[in-house]
Ligand binder design. Structure first.
Ligand code: BGC
Length: 440
C-alpha cells in the first residue's frame, strides 16, 4: 500500500456539490472492430501522427472491462461519472446496447451517469467543415436521449470545440489532421450550431439538465506593452471568447462573424439556446505576447511563425510531466473572470475536467495538484461564483490523443500489457477527501 501525502482537510463544499471523474470513449474503450471507424482511426493510421506509434484499438479495453471500472468508481465514492458516447459506436449495430449496460451498471453502483455526446471521435464519413454535420449531431443526440434519457443525470453536448477546431483543423496535430489556420473558423461555427440544435433536440426528447464542456484558461499578456496586450487579447478571443460569447451572449467577438459562412445572425439564436449549466475544462493559463516571427514549440505543437501572437514560456511554476505549468490560482481567476464577463448570463458552472499527467503510482504530485485546484475552486465559491461540481480528468490512464500512451492522467494506473488497473495514491487521497466531505 502506498503512503498517502498528508494534506490538510479540504474546505467544506456546499451540500449537493457534485464530485466526479471524467473519461472519453475513444481514449478508453478499445473494441474498435466492434464499431464504425472515426476520424481518429484514420488519423492514427497515418505514419508519424501519434508520437509513440500506438493506436486506440484496445486502449484500456473499457468496452469489455466496464464492470471493473464502475467498481473503481464506486470505490472512489464519486457522485457522478462523465463519459462520452462514441458517435460511430452508436451508429453501429448493438452500439447503444453497450451504453445501456454501462448506464445500468453505474446506476446500480450509485454513480450518476453524465454522458458527453461528442468527444472528438467523429464518424469517418462526416466533416465539421460541412454545415450538415450540425443537423446530423442533433439527430445523434435525440437517438441517445431516447435510449438513455430515463437514467442520465446531466447531459453534455460537445467536449472542447475550441481544441477540436484548433488542434484538429487549424494546426493539424489532431484528427482529422488539417492545417487550415484561420480557414478552420467554420468548424467552430458548425460545432456551436450543432450544440444549439442538440440542446433543442434533447429537450424535445424530454431530456433536461444540459450543458457543454468548454475549455477555458486565462491568457496573460507577456508585458503591459500595447503590442503584447493586443496579441494576448487576440489569443483570448480564439481560445476562449470565440466559444463562450456566442453561447452565453448570443454574439461573436468583434470581427469574427464577418468571416463565417451562412446566416450567422439566425444561427446565433440557435447557438445561444439557454443551457442549464456551463461546463469548464481547466488545465493551465497561457502567456502570450506580440509575434516574434519564428515557429514556436508549445505543448507538443509547432505553431507557425506568421500568427498574430506568440506563446511564451510561463516561468516560475512547477510543471507536469507534459510540461504544463501548475497554476491553481488561475482557476479562481478564470471563474471570477467568467462571472464578471457574463454576469447573469452565466448559468451555474461545473468543472468538467481538471487534472495532470505524471508518471508513477505513488503520485504525490497529482495529489498536490488536485489539492491546490480544489482549494482554488473553493476560493471562487467564496467570491460568489456559483460552482456546482468538480470532475477530475481522468479516472484512469488512457490514450492521450497524439501523445499516445506516453502521458498518464489517471487516478488509476493501467498496465497496457496486461490491462491491469492499479489505483494510485491520488485515488486513495480523493476517496478519503470525499468521505471527509460527506461526514461533515
Ligand atoms: C481533453 C481530454 C484530454 C485532456 C488532457 C482535454 O483537452 O478533453 O480528452 O485527454 O485534455 O490533454
Amino acid at each position: 500500500m502506498i503512503a498517502r501525502m498528508a494534506t490538510n482537510p479540504l474546505p467544506q463544499f456546499p451540500p449537493g456539490f457534485l464530485w466526479g471523474v471524467s473519461t472519453s470513449a475513444h481514449q478508453i474503450e478499445g473494441a474498435a472492430e466492434e464499431r464504425d471507424p472515426s476520424v481518429w482511426d484514420a488519423f492514427t493510421a497515418e505514419p508519424g501522427r501519434i508520437k509513440d506509434g500506438s493506436t486506440a484499438e484496445v486502449a484500456c479495453d473499457h468496452y469489455h472491462r466496464y464492470p471493473e471500472d464502475v467498481a473503481l468508481l464506486a470505490g472512489l465514492g464519486v457522485d457522478a461519472y462523465r463519459f462520452s458516447v462514441s458517435w460511430p459506436r452508436v451508429n453501429s449495430p448493438g452500439g447503444l446496447d453497450f451504453y445501456d449496460r454501462l448506464v445500468d451498471e453505474l446506476c446500480a453502483a450509485g454513480v450518476r451517469p453524465v454522458p458527453t455526446l461528442f468527444h472528438w471521435d467523429l464518424p469517418l464519413e462526416l466533416d465539421w467543415l460541412s454545415r450538415d454535420t450540425a443537423a446530423r449531431f442533433a439527430d445523434h443526440a435525440a437517438v441517445v436521449a431516447e435510449r438513455l434519457g430515463d437514467r442520465v443525470m446531466k447531459w453534455i453536448t460537445l467536449n472542447e470545440p475550441a481544441e477540436h477546431t484548433l488542434l484538429g483543423h487549424a494546426l493539424g496535430a489532431h484528427a482529422p489532421g488539417r492545417r487550415l489556420l484561420f480557414d478552420a473558423l467554420p468548424v467552430a461555427h458548425h460545432q456551436l450550431l450543432a450544440h444549439g440544435l442538440a440542446v433543442r433536440a434533447l429537450r424535445a426528447a424530454g431530456a433536461g439538465d444540459i450543458g457543454i464542456a468548454n475549455s477555458h484558461g486565462p491568457t496573460w499578456a507577456a508585458s503591459r506593452r500595447a503590442e503584447d496586450v493586443e496579441a494576448a487579447d487576440f489569443y483570448d478571443v480564439l481560445l476562449n471568447r470565440l466559444f463562450s460569447d456566442p453561447l452565453l451572449l448570443g454574439r461573436y467577438p468583434e470581427g469574427i462573424g464577418e468571416l463565417l459562412p451562412g446566416d450567422v445572425e439566425s444561427d446565433l439564436k440557435v447557438i445561444a439556446e439557454p443551457m442549464d449549466w456551463y461546463g469548464v475544462n481547466y488545465y493551465q493559463p497561457t502567456k502570450v505576447g506580440a509575434p516574434e516571427g519564428t515557429e514556436i514549440e508549445f505543448s507538443g505543437l509547432t505553431l507557425p511563425a506568421d500568427l498574430p501572437f506568440s506563446v511564451r514560456e510561463l516561468e516560475g511554476y512547477p510543471v507536469t510531466d507534459f510540461g504544463w505549468p501548475v497554476v491553481p490560482e488561475a482557476l479562481t481567476e478564470l471563474l471570477v473572470g467568467l462571472r464578471e464577463r457574463y454576469g447573469d448570463r452565466l448559468p451555474p458552472v461545473v468543472i468538467t475536467e481538471n487534472g495532470c499527467s505524471y508518471e508513477g503510482i505513488d503520485d504525490q504530485e497529482r495529489i498536490a495538484f488536485l489539492d491546490g485546484h480544489v482549494r482554488a475552486l473553493h476560493r471562487a465559491l467564496e467570491q460568489g461564483v456559483d460552482v456546482r461540481g468538480y470532475f477530475v480528468w481522468s479516472l484512469m490512464d488512457n490514450f492521450e490523443w497524439a501523445e499516445g500512451y506516453a502521458r498518464r492522467f489517471g487516478l488509476v494506473h493501467v498496465d497496457y500489457d496486461t490491462l491491469e488497473r492499479t489505483p494510485k495514491a491520488s485515488y486513495a487521497w480523493l476517496r478519503d477527501a470525499l468521505r471527509a466531505q460527506a461526514r461533515r
